[in-house]
Design a protein around this ligand. Structure first.
Ligand code: AMP
Length: 398
């Protein structure tokens, strides 16, 4: 299977070449023909699968017939970073077309966006809050809209955006093609799909990356020794580009400062930063200026950082699904990635479900020369300490 099979216009084919894509990913193979036939579609796939191009390529192909700078496609995404990333992908893939894409999200001035809207765009990539703002100010003309795309619908649900989506829907034509992408199909998402999609086809992509190209290591540690242990890991283990997840914004900021003081090129990505600083953090991490990015889930959601060698779960996420999401940032495109998990005794239930989900060998590792101190990890972990990969001993976690 290659991109020629899709019968894209040569200008789209040139965009694919400009992006450096050689063969389509599984979600692209499944979704592109269905979208090109004009079907509504539910894509169950997460970031890292190539889902953006799966909808962007048919969209750009469709927009070739005329570019009148009226809004013909609206893409709604939960975070500014994701919106920006989608916009950049569209710019690359559509670099040989005349299609113009525009982003609308909060945290930056309204006026430049209003000015850009007046100049006209074919594709709008927007976050819900700012889009509603523009709709209320009478800045949006959706009379020519043909395609609506809801990206990362489950994240929009988590962030409380579903009522906003319903409000936006009232302002766009009912006669349109609608595509919805979500990593999961929870009940609320199913409900939304029933409301917004017409006779949708569904394509679903599993999670090959974690199993195939990512190795996982649990580092048992008492809660109060997580930071010293992280410093030990960074010192002892050959690492490249590291994405560290914390549960809170405050902790992301604090930890990044500690790592910076310890001599690492480190920055943080969390909701308290201005848009400019978030973008600078992300760009700096992508370019290699910062070796370490400390982020919260919300801030990092959907972000494509293809060259991450290690994902460190400083705080273990609340669900196995969230874990799979986080580690989707490493081990992409057949590169080997590593997931390091700082595991406390409080995490044992969630670790059990993560291990079940991975269903493979999970290495458990301690350092003989690290002082686990008086508050050493709770017994169940101590019983299973080993520096060698071993089959998960589920009993030891109970
Ligand atoms: P996405 O899931 O859309 O965030 O895409 C994840 C990454 O895969 C992005 O860096 C894309 O540029 C890249 N990508 C998408 N499709 C392909 C492809 N067919 N071949 C190689 N890389 C791709």
């Amino acid at each position: 299977m290659n991109f020629q099979n899709f019968d894209f216009h040569p200008r789209i084919a040139a965009g694919i070449a400009a992006a450096g894509y050689c063969t389509p990913t599984p979600i692209q193979i499944q979704a592109i023909p269905k979208v090109m036939q004009g079907n509504d579609l539910i894509g169950l796939a997460q970031t890292g699968t190539g889902k953006t191009a799966a909808y962007a390529l048919p969209l750009l192909n469709r927009l070739l017939n005329k570019t009148n700078r009226k809004i013909r496609a609206l893409i709604i995404a939960p975070t500014r970073e994701l919106a920006e990333q989608i916009h950049q992908d569209i710019k690359t893939l559509g670099s040989r077309t005349d299609a113009r894409s525009l982003t609308l999200y909060g945290g930056v001035g309204l006026n430049p966006q209003i000015r850009d809207l007046k100049r006209g765009a074919d594709i709008i990539v927007a976050c819900p809050g700012r889009l509603i703002d523009h709709i209320q100010r009478g800045n949006m003309d959706f009379s020519c809209l043909e395609v609506l795309i809801l990206d990362e619908a489950d994240q929009m649900l988590d962030m409380g955006f579903i009522p906003d989506i319903r409000r936006i829907l009232k302002h766009i034509p009912r006669d349109r093609q609608t595509l919805m992408f979500s990593a999961t199909m929870r009940e609320e998402i199913r409900q939304l799909a029933n409301e917004v999609l017409r006779k949708p086809l569904t394509v679903q992509i599993g999670q090959p990356a974690p199993a195939d190209t990512v190795s996982h290591t649990h580092f048992p540690v008492p809660q109060d020794l997580k930071t010293p242990l992280l410093l030990k890991i960074l010192k002892d283990i050959q690492i490249g580009s590291v994405l560290i997840f914390t549960r809170t914004k405050h902790r992301a900021k604090r930890l990044s400062e500690i790592l910076f003081k310890a001599g690492y090129g480190s920055t943080s990505l969390q909701g308290n930063l201005s848009q400019g600083r978030r973008q600078a953090a992300l760009d700096g991490f992508r370019s290699g200026k910062f070796q370490i990015l400390v982020a919260t889930d919300i801030a990092a959601r959907g972000i494509d950082v293809s060259r991450v060698s290690h994902v460190v779960n400083y705080d273990i996420p609340a669900t196995a699904e969230a874990y799979i999401h986080r580690i989707g940032r490493t081990g992409r495109a057949e590169q080997k990635g590593k997931a390091f998990n700082l595991v406390t005794s409080e995490d044992k239930d969630i670790i059990r479900s993560i291990d079940r989900c991975l269903g493979s060998l999970v290495e458990r590792r301690t350092f003989a020369d690290f002082d686990y101190g008086s508050s050493a990890p709770a017994k169940p972990y101590r019983a299973s300490y080993s520096t060698k990969p071993r089959q998960l001993d589920r009993q030891s976690l109970r």
